[in-house]
Design a binder for this molecule. Structure first.
Ligand SMILES: Nc1ncnc2c1ncn2[C@@H]1O[C@H](COP(=O)(O)OP(=O)(O)O)[C@@H](O)[C@H]1O
Ligand SMILES: [Mg+2]
Length: 227
Protein backbone atom coordinates (compact mmCIF):
# COMPACT_ATOMS: atom_id res chain seq x y z
CA UNK A 1 0.00 0.00 0.00
CA UNK A 2 1.25 3.47 -0.60
CA UNK A 3 2.36 5.45 2.41
CA UNK A 4 -0.38 7.98 1.79
CA UNK A 5 -3.04 5.36 2.31
CA UNK A 6 -1.99 4.67 5.87
CA UNK A 7 -3.98 6.09 8.72
CA UNK A 8 -3.17 6.83 12.31
CA UNK A 9 -5.00 4.33 14.53
CA UNK A 10 -4.42 0.58 14.96
CA UNK A 11 -0.75 1.28 14.44
CA UNK A 12 -1.93 2.94 11.22
CA UNK A 13 -1.87 -0.33 9.40
CA UNK A 14 -5.52 -1.28 9.02
CA UNK A 15 -6.40 0.66 5.91
CA UNK A 16 -9.16 -1.86 5.19
CA UNK A 17 -10.88 -0.85 8.41
CA UNK A 18 -10.18 2.87 8.31
CA UNK A 19 -10.76 3.40 4.61
CA UNK A 20 -12.78 0.44 3.35
CA UNK A 21 -13.46 2.10 0.01
CA UNK A 22 -9.92 3.21 -0.69
CA UNK A 23 -7.94 1.78 -3.61
CA UNK A 24 -5.67 0.14 -1.03
CA UNK A 25 -8.60 -1.72 0.56
CA UNK A 26 -9.76 -2.67 -2.91
CA UNK A 27 -6.30 -4.09 -3.58
CA UNK A 28 -6.60 -6.32 -0.50
CA UNK A 29 -9.95 -7.53 -1.84
CA UNK A 30 -8.23 -8.49 -5.06
CA UNK A 31 -5.55 -10.25 -3.06
CA UNK A 32 -8.17 -12.30 -1.27
CA UNK A 33 -9.77 -13.24 -4.57
CA UNK A 34 -6.38 -14.21 -5.98
CA UNK A 35 -5.58 -16.40 -3.00
CA UNK A 36 -8.93 -18.14 -3.32
CA UNK A 37 -8.43 -18.56 -7.01
CA UNK A 38 -4.98 -20.05 -6.54
CA UNK A 39 -6.39 -22.84 -4.40
CA UNK A 40 -9.70 -23.65 -6.05
CA UNK A 41 -8.93 -27.32 -6.42
CA UNK A 42 -8.07 -27.75 -2.75
CA UNK A 43 -9.20 -24.68 -0.78
CA UNK A 44 -6.50 -23.49 1.60
CA UNK A 45 -7.94 -22.96 5.03
CA UNK A 46 -4.73 -22.51 7.02
CA UNK A 47 -2.39 -20.02 5.35
CA UNK A 48 1.03 -18.90 6.52
CA UNK A 49 2.41 -15.47 5.69
CA UNK A 50 6.14 -15.11 5.56
CA UNK A 51 8.87 -13.06 3.91
CA UNK A 52 12.63 -13.35 3.57
CA UNK A 53 13.39 -10.50 5.96
CA UNK A 54 12.01 -8.13 8.54
CA UNK A 55 9.69 -5.21 7.89
CA UNK A 56 8.58 -6.42 4.51
CA UNK A 57 4.88 -6.29 5.24
CA UNK A 58 3.92 -9.77 6.49
CA UNK A 59 1.88 -8.60 9.45
CA UNK A 60 0.29 -5.68 7.60
CA UNK A 61 -0.76 -7.88 4.69
CA UNK A 62 -2.13 -10.61 6.93
CA UNK A 63 -4.05 -8.18 9.16
CA UNK A 64 -5.72 -6.39 6.25
CA UNK A 65 -6.53 -9.62 4.52
CA UNK A 66 -8.12 -10.89 7.74
CA UNK A 67 -10.30 -7.77 7.90
CA UNK A 68 -11.32 -8.04 4.24
CA UNK A 69 -12.24 -11.71 4.55
CA UNK A 70 -14.28 -11.09 7.72
CA UNK A 71 -16.02 -8.12 6.08
CA UNK A 72 -16.99 -10.47 3.27
CA UNK A 73 -18.61 -12.85 5.77
CA UNK A 74 -15.88 -15.40 6.39
CA UNK A 75 -15.04 -16.61 9.88
CA UNK A 76 -11.39 -15.69 10.27
CA UNK A 77 -8.78 -16.31 12.95
CA UNK A 78 -5.51 -14.40 12.75
CA UNK A 79 -2.78 -16.16 14.70
CA UNK A 80 0.52 -14.59 15.71
CA UNK A 81 3.10 -17.33 15.22
CA UNK A 82 5.90 -14.77 15.16
CA UNK A 83 7.24 -15.78 18.55
CA UNK A 84 10.25 -13.47 18.15
CA UNK A 85 8.74 -10.09 17.33
CA UNK A 86 5.00 -10.52 17.64
CA UNK A 87 2.99 -7.61 16.27
CA UNK A 88 -0.58 -8.76 15.74
CA UNK A 89 -1.67 -7.39 19.11
CA UNK A 90 -0.11 -4.02 18.27
CA UNK A 91 -1.80 -3.79 14.89
CA UNK A 92 -5.21 -4.66 16.36
CA UNK A 93 -4.54 -2.82 19.60
CA UNK A 94 -5.40 -5.68 21.95
CA UNK A 95 -3.67 -7.18 24.99
CA UNK A 96 -1.13 -9.95 24.63
CA UNK A 97 -1.21 -11.49 28.07
CA UNK A 98 -2.30 -14.89 26.82
CA UNK A 99 -2.29 -16.55 23.44
CA UNK A 100 -0.73 -19.12 21.15
CA UNK A 101 2.23 -20.06 23.38
CA UNK A 102 -0.11 -20.81 26.28
CA UNK A 103 -1.68 -23.48 24.11
CA UNK A 104 1.71 -24.78 23.08
CA UNK A 105 3.08 -24.96 26.59
CA UNK A 106 0.05 -26.20 28.43
CA UNK A 107 -1.11 -29.61 27.38
CA UNK A 108 -4.24 -29.32 29.44
CA UNK A 109 -5.29 -25.87 28.28
CA UNK A 110 -9.05 -25.61 28.01
CA UNK A 111 -10.35 -23.82 24.95
CA UNK A 112 -8.46 -21.47 22.70
CA UNK A 113 -7.71 -18.01 24.13
CA UNK A 114 -8.82 -15.99 21.11
CA UNK A 115 -9.97 -12.41 21.44
CA UNK A 116 -12.60 -10.60 19.43
CA UNK A 117 -11.24 -8.55 16.57
CA UNK A 118 -12.61 -5.17 15.51
CA UNK A 119 -15.37 -6.63 13.34
CA UNK A 120 -17.72 -9.60 13.61
CA UNK A 121 -16.26 -12.82 12.30
CA UNK A 122 -12.67 -11.84 13.03
CA UNK A 123 -10.91 -13.37 16.01
CA UNK A 124 -7.35 -12.93 17.14
CA UNK A 125 -4.95 -15.35 18.74
CA UNK A 126 -2.01 -13.25 19.85
CA UNK A 127 1.42 -14.75 20.47
CA UNK A 128 1.20 -15.04 24.25
CA UNK A 129 4.38 -14.87 26.36
CA UNK A 130 7.54 -15.28 24.29
CA UNK A 131 9.43 -18.54 24.78
CA UNK A 132 13.23 -18.89 24.70
CA UNK A 133 12.99 -21.63 22.05
CA UNK A 134 10.38 -20.71 19.41
CA UNK A 135 11.52 -23.19 16.74
CA UNK A 136 11.41 -26.05 19.21
CA UNK A 137 7.91 -25.11 20.33
CA UNK A 138 6.67 -24.79 16.76
CA UNK A 139 7.96 -28.30 16.06
CA UNK A 140 5.71 -29.88 18.66
CA UNK A 141 3.10 -32.29 17.34
CA UNK A 142 0.60 -30.26 19.29
CA UNK A 143 0.83 -27.49 16.69
CA UNK A 144 -1.03 -29.69 14.19
CA UNK A 145 -3.75 -30.33 16.70
CA UNK A 146 -4.11 -26.62 17.49
CA UNK A 147 -4.31 -25.75 13.79
CA UNK A 148 -6.94 -28.43 13.33
CA UNK A 149 -9.01 -27.02 16.18
CA UNK A 150 -8.74 -23.51 14.79
CA UNK A 151 -9.68 -24.68 11.31
CA UNK A 152 -12.76 -26.41 12.68
CA UNK A 153 -14.04 -23.10 13.97
CA UNK A 154 -13.07 -20.86 11.09
CA UNK A 155 -13.15 -20.65 7.33
CA UNK A 156 -9.73 -19.07 7.25
CA UNK A 157 -6.82 -19.37 9.68
CA UNK A 158 -4.07 -16.87 8.88
CA UNK A 159 -0.68 -17.37 10.53
CA UNK A 160 1.95 -14.67 10.93
CA UNK A 161 5.60 -15.71 11.16
CA UNK A 162 9.15 -14.40 11.53
CA UNK A 163 11.45 -13.81 8.54
CA UNK A 164 12.10 -17.04 6.66
CA UNK A 165 15.76 -16.27 5.97
CA UNK A 166 16.76 -15.69 9.58
CA UNK A 167 15.22 -18.57 11.52
CA UNK A 168 13.63 -21.97 10.89
CA UNK A 169 10.22 -21.06 12.33
CA UNK A 170 8.53 -20.23 9.03
CA UNK A 171 9.81 -23.40 7.34
CA UNK A 172 8.65 -25.49 10.26
CA UNK A 173 5.17 -23.99 10.04
CA UNK A 174 5.07 -24.00 6.23
CA UNK A 175 4.89 -27.77 6.10
CA UNK A 176 2.00 -27.84 8.53
CA UNK A 177 -0.39 -25.44 6.79
CA UNK A 178 -2.46 -25.75 3.63
CA UNK A 179 -0.64 -22.94 1.85
CA UNK A 180 1.95 -20.18 2.11
CA UNK A 181 1.90 -16.59 0.87
CA UNK A 182 5.35 -15.09 0.42
CA UNK A 183 5.49 -11.34 0.95
CA UNK A 184 8.36 -9.41 -0.55
CA UNK A 185 9.06 -5.70 -0.44
CA UNK A 186 9.72 -4.14 -3.82
CA UNK A 187 11.94 -1.52 -2.24
CA UNK A 188 14.15 -3.75 -0.09
CA UNK A 189 13.92 -7.49 -0.80
CA UNK A 190 16.73 -8.58 -3.10
CA UNK A 191 15.99 -11.03 -5.88
CA UNK A 192 18.32 -13.69 -4.43
CA UNK A 193 16.65 -13.40 -1.04
CA UNK A 194 13.24 -13.93 -2.58
CA UNK A 195 14.54 -16.85 -4.61
CA UNK A 196 16.16 -18.43 -1.56
CA UNK A 197 12.98 -18.07 0.49
CA UNK A 198 11.04 -19.75 -2.30
CA UNK A 199 13.52 -22.63 -2.46
CA UNK A 200 13.44 -22.99 1.29
CA UNK A 201 9.66 -23.36 1.15
CA UNK A 202 9.91 -25.85 -1.67
CA UNK A 203 12.35 -27.96 0.34
CA UNK A 204 9.78 -28.48 3.07
CA UNK A 205 7.17 -29.19 0.38
CA UNK A 206 5.12 -26.15 1.25
CA UNK A 207 2.36 -25.19 -1.13
CA UNK A 208 3.17 -21.69 -2.32
CA UNK A 209 -0.13 -19.98 -3.08
CA UNK A 210 1.42 -16.79 -4.36
CA UNK A 211 3.85 -13.94 -3.88
CA UNK A 212 2.75 -10.50 -2.71
CA UNK A 213 5.04 -7.71 -3.85
CA UNK A 214 4.48 -5.06 -1.25
CA UNK A 215 5.27 -1.36 -1.74
CA UNK A 216 5.42 -1.74 -5.48
CA UNK A 217 4.98 1.73 -6.98
CA UNK A 218 2.72 0.70 -9.82
CA UNK A 219 -0.55 2.38 -9.20
CA UNK A 220 -2.79 3.02 -6.24
CA UNK A 221 -2.94 -0.63 -5.27
CA UNK A 222 0.63 -0.85 -4.09
CA UNK A 223 1.26 -4.51 -4.69
CA UNK A 224 1.36 -7.19 -7.30
CA UNK A 225 0.41 -10.78 -6.85
CA UNK A 226 2.07 -13.62 -8.67
CA UNK A 227 1.11 -17.23 -8.74
N1 LIG B 1 2.49 -1.14 1.52
C1 LIG B 1 2.98 -0.44 2.54
N2 LIG B 1 3.10 0.89 2.41
C2 LIG B 1 3.61 1.61 3.41
N3 LIG B 1 4.02 1.10 4.60
C3 LIG B 1 3.92 -0.23 4.76
C4 LIG B 1 3.39 -1.08 3.76
N4 LIG B 1 3.41 -2.36 4.23
C5 LIG B 1 3.96 -2.31 5.45
N5 LIG B 1 4.24 -1.04 5.79
C6 LIG B 1 4.88 -0.57 7.04
O1 LIG B 1 6.14 -1.20 7.11
C7 LIG B 1 6.42 -1.59 8.44
C8 LIG B 1 6.69 -3.08 8.48
O2 LIG B 1 5.52 -3.78 8.14
P1 LIG B 1 5.14 -5.13 8.85
O3 LIG B 1 3.85 -5.57 8.29
O4 LIG B 1 5.24 -5.01 10.33
O5 LIG B 1 6.33 -6.05 8.30
P2 LIG B 1 6.83 -7.47 8.82
O6 LIG B 1 5.68 -8.12 9.51
O7 LIG B 1 7.24 -8.17 7.58
O8 LIG B 1 7.99 -7.22 9.73
C9 LIG B 1 5.24 -1.17 9.28
O9 LIG B 1 5.54 0.06 9.90
C10 LIG B 1 4.12 -1.00 8.27
O10 LIG B 1 3.20 -0.02 8.70
MG1 LIG C 1 5.56 -8.95 11.40
Amino acid sequence: MSASSRSTSGGGRLVTLEHPRSPAAEAYRTLRANIRFSSLDRPARTILFTSPGQQEGKTTTLANLAVIAAQAGSRVVAVDCDLRRPALHTVFDVANTGGFTDLLLNEHAQGIPTQDGPIPGLRLLTSGPLPPNPAELLSLDRVDRILELLAQEADLVLLDSPPAAAVADASILASRVDGVVLVIDATRTRREQAQRAKEQLERVKARLLGVVVNRAQLDSSGYRYYR
